[in-house]
Design a protein around this ligand. Structure first.
Ligand code: BES
Ligand code: ZN
Length: 422
């Protein structure tokens, strides 16, 4: 308490002699500089799947940029469950066999190298009661998407002796879903049409499926790239600006999320020359796409001193910036962001945020603001290339970040619930 009052006295004294953040002219981010990062990450390096050589190339590039701006740079390493699909083939046995479009669920076990063939047994939604009176031992369980998680469906099938699980969609296309952790048996997703056709055929007679799933599930190491700029009067209190730099397999990840990484970097560049009371940490996260692994490791290991977090994910496509926190979470930093946006004349919409790295900080009790522009048509596709990213959108996001950071880092009393030391 005495320390806090002392700090406050120093702060009030400091504010009498030094101008506070809004009074200070805000340096302007450059659209071209930000876009150059997108071109390098998505255009030169390409898809950046965590745990691959492209992941390491991206880390080196990002560390080099932050070092150039004058930040103290470190790699924060962590282990995570790596997953990769090498080959997936599904076919209804017959003469000729009928090929069925399929994708391995993330963290699916592999089949034997030669594949497997078994009878198909439909088991509804794959809830425990759905298995009553059905003989799935040695068979392939055919399960409809919905109500319980993929992981639960597949575990229920495995515990009753199924040799594989096939989950069919409730809408168009083959969905990409995750089991969260390695499954006992191979598990693939197929379309609703193919699923329904197989259910009907299995009800009419015997249906056999052939499955070949070649996946890699193993522990690997990756690293978040961390750049730190020490605060002048409250260095132990930290503002985090972050965004993930990894992408899904096959997607160059220009908008998701070279865009957020680029805007964070550009904000870091212009903030390097701005004296601030609190410390600024720019953290570029690895392994978001497999399950927020990089940010989860960082937020749990480095939570001490963090007073607020700004996450950027998909800010290069779509006219309007959206800001928010997860449902039911602290909105104090969102409120600050809204005020700053208004002052800067940047139009923003408040929305309920989806799944990205800010959630890892919210789980540790850190107030966050998540910035994005909505889902583009190339999301997680090979078409997520730099040409679909608008440079001025990156600069606008960076400008808002600079404003929010200057506001939060100015450390005027009553702005944030300050909990140094976590
Ligand atoms: N960039 C997305 C999250 C996102 C979605 C941001 C929509 C803005 C608008 C992120 O990389 C992603 O794909 N997340 C996964 C979940 C994650 C835990 C694997 C998702 O949303 O399905
Ligand atoms: Zn993303």
């Amino acid at each position: 308490m005495r320390v806090a009052r002392f700090a406050l006295t120093v702060l009030v004294a400091a504010t009498l002699v030094a101008p506070t953040a809004p009074a200070r002219a805000q340096p302007a981010p450059s659209a071209e500089a930000a876009f150059a990062h997108v071109q390098h990450l998505a255009g030169v390096i390409g898809p950046r799947v965590a745990g691959t050589p492209a992941d390491r190339a991206a880390q080196e590039y990002l560390a080099g940029q932050l070092r150039q701006y004058g930040y103290a740079v470190e790699l924060h390493t962590f282990q995570f469950p790596f997953f990769e699909t090498r080959r997936v083939e599904v076919a209804q046995a017959g003469t000729p066999p009928r090929a069925i479009a399929a994708a391995a669920l993330f963290y699916s076990a592999a089949t034997p190298a030669g594949g497997l063939e078994a009878d198909v047994v439909p088991v509804g939604l794959g809830q425990p009661a759905d298995f009553e009176g059905r003989r799935v031992a040695g068979a392939i369980a055919l399960i409809e998407r919905g109500v319980i998680t993929f992981r639960e469906k597949v575990a229920n099938a495995a515990s009753r002796g199924a040799v594989a699980a096939v989950v069919y969609n409730t809408g168009p296309g083959v969905i990409s879903g995750t089991l969260g952790a390695r499954s006992e048996i191979p598990a693939v997703a197929i379309s609703q049409d193919d699923g329904r056709r197989l259910v009907e055929a299995a009800q009419a007679g015997r249906v056999r499926l052939r499955l070949l799933v070649d996946t890699v599930v193993e522990t690997r190491t990756s690293a978040n790239v961390v750049g730190t700029k020490r605060g002048t009067t409250r260095p132990e209190e930290i503002i985090v600006v972050g965004g993930h730099f990894d992408s899904v397999a096959g997607a160059p990840g220009a908008n998701d999320n070279a865009s957020g990484t680029a805007a964070a970097l550009e904000a870091a560049r212009v903030l390097a020359g701005v004296p601030m009371a609190r410390s600024l940490q720019v953290v570029l996260f690895a392994a978001e796409e497999l399950g927020l692994y990089g940010s989860a490791a960082f937020a749990s290991e480095r939570r001490a001193g963090i007073v607020g977090m700004i996450n950027l994910d998909m800010v290069g496509w779509g006219e309007r910036l959206m800001i928010g926190a997860s449902p039911g979470r602290d909105e104090s930093v969102v409120n600050v962001a809204e005020q700053v946006a208004q002052r800067l004349g940047i139009p923003v919409t408040r929305f309920r945020a989806g799944a990205s790295d800010h959630a890892s900080f919210e789980r540790q009790g850190v107030p966050v603001v998540f910035l994005h522009r909505g889902v583009d048509p190339y999301y997680h596709q090979p078409g997520d290339v730099p040409a679909n990213v608008t440079p001025r959108h990156l600069a606008e996001a960076a400008r808002l970040v600079v404003g929010i950071v200057m506001e939060l880092a100015a450390a005027r009393a009553g702005l944030l619930p300050v909990r140094p030391g976590g």
